[in-house]
Design a protein around this ligand. Structure first.
Ligand code: FA5
Length: 347
């Protein structure tokens, strides 16, 4: 039995020396020191020995046990240390490595032009306001002097929004222009009013080089006592000079919008030919950039303003078109294709 113990000890220690990981060490512990281990069986069998042998065998068995326990504890400590070091090595960060370059973002050309247009009007004392893209028919049409069945509605091919909660169908639209904000602002404020309203508008339109079904507009409104057409022309000319350069010329011609009287269309001289006529301006020398006019007395009355006291002007432009003119872009769809080669030109 003593020999068996010696052999057991040698075998266990040899195996222990070869163990390289903690899982194997645990298996080893179960084999050599566990409840059902050889050693435990020997220890349990000691009681059956002759009393003279009991002491000696008992002592040797206990020695073997404590050697195995001591050695395996030492091995465990060693393996744990190795595992810790490996983990530290794995997680090591080389702080001397050069950083990965951070891709530099930039503004979309439409944001740039919107900023620029808004800044030009801010400098003239205008506030910036925004409004809902899903709008009541009342604001988008009715209160802008475009009653139901009025032929002027045909100009704006409208997306109607399906309604619930007892709201009759046909009352809610995706706004076809930013002009409904004229009404909302006049209802919420009292003159003097000077606001600029950038935002999206939607029309059921086939896409082409100058049209999208979802596009931006920038609306402007000034209402006060004694505002005249001269203020409209002076303000919009100041804007054109700020955005396109002080040498640019402007042209105002009569146009029709139900919510203004008189109505006008504003053009600037063609950037490509400077007015002599070319392909870009279709040989007219001028490029239209917005609709404008004096706020219609019916619109003023509709929001409770006395048209004998207050007058005003309004205008609406498409920033995509302004950007196209300013940067010489020939297709409006380029703004939405997310082509970095296009976008990165505008820093
Ligand atoms: C209007 O929408 C009027 N609300 C403008 C206005 C405001 C007139 C205040 C008088 C007083 P119009 O439909 O012309 O007008 O649109 C104005 C501008 O929006 C156009 O000059 C154009 O730049 C832009 N625009 C209109 N439709 C589209 C479209 N489908 N895609 C891109 N831009 C468009």
């Amino acid at each position: 039995m003593i020999e068996q113990l010696e052999e057991l000890k040698t075998r266990a220690l040899e195996e222990l020396a070869r163990i390289q990981d903690l899982d194997r060490l645990e298996e080893w512990r179960i084999t050599y020191l566990g409840k059902r281990s050889e050693l435990n069986q020997i220890l349990r069998g000691i009681g059956t020995l002759a009393p003279a042998d009991r002491r000696t065998v008992g002592q040797i068995a206990n020695d073997v046990k404590s050697v195995l326990e001591g050695e395996s504890a030492a091995r465990r400590a060693q393996l744990e240390q190795i595992a810790r070091e490996a983990e530290i090595a794995r997680e090591r960060v080389d702080v001397t490595l050069p950083p990965r370059p951070i891709a530099r973002g930039q503004c979309h050309p439409l944001s740039l032009i919107t900023e620029e247009i808004v800044a030009a009007f801010r400098a003239l004392g205008y506030d910036v306001v925004e409004g809902p893209e899903v709008e009541w028919d009342k604001y988008n049409f009715e209160m802008l002097n475009i009653p139901a069945e009025h032929p002027a509605r045909d100009v704006w091919d409208t997306f109607y929004v399906k309604t619930t909660d007892g709201i009759p169908q046909g009352q809610v639209v995706l706004r076809t222009h930013t002009s409904p904000m004229q009404i909302r602002v006049m209802q919420a404020r009292r003159p003097p009013i000077r606001v600029i309203v950038p935002g999206r508008a939607y029309r059921y339109e086939a896409t082409d080089a100058t049209h999208e079904s979802e596009f931006y507009q920038i609306e402007g409104l000034a209402v006060d006592e004694h505002i005249t057409m001269a203020d409209l022309k002076g303000t919009l000319t100041a804007f054109a000079h700020a955005v396109f350069g002080p040498e640019r010329r402007t042209r105002f011609r009569v146009d029709f919008f139900p919510f203004v009287e008189p109505g006008a269309e504003m053009a600037i001289d063609c950037h490509a030919c400077r007015g002599s006529g070319c392909r870009i301006c279709k040989n007219t020398g001028w490029i239209e950039i917005m609709g404008a006019g004096m706020v219609h007395p019916k619109v003023l009355e509709g929001v409770g303003y006395d048209p004998a006291k207050y007058t005003g002007f309004a205008f609406g432009m498409g920033p995509e078109r302004v950007a196209m003119l300013k940067y010489g872009i020939d297709d409006i769809r380029l703004f939405k294709t997310n082509d970095l080669r296009f976008l990165q030109q505008f820093r």
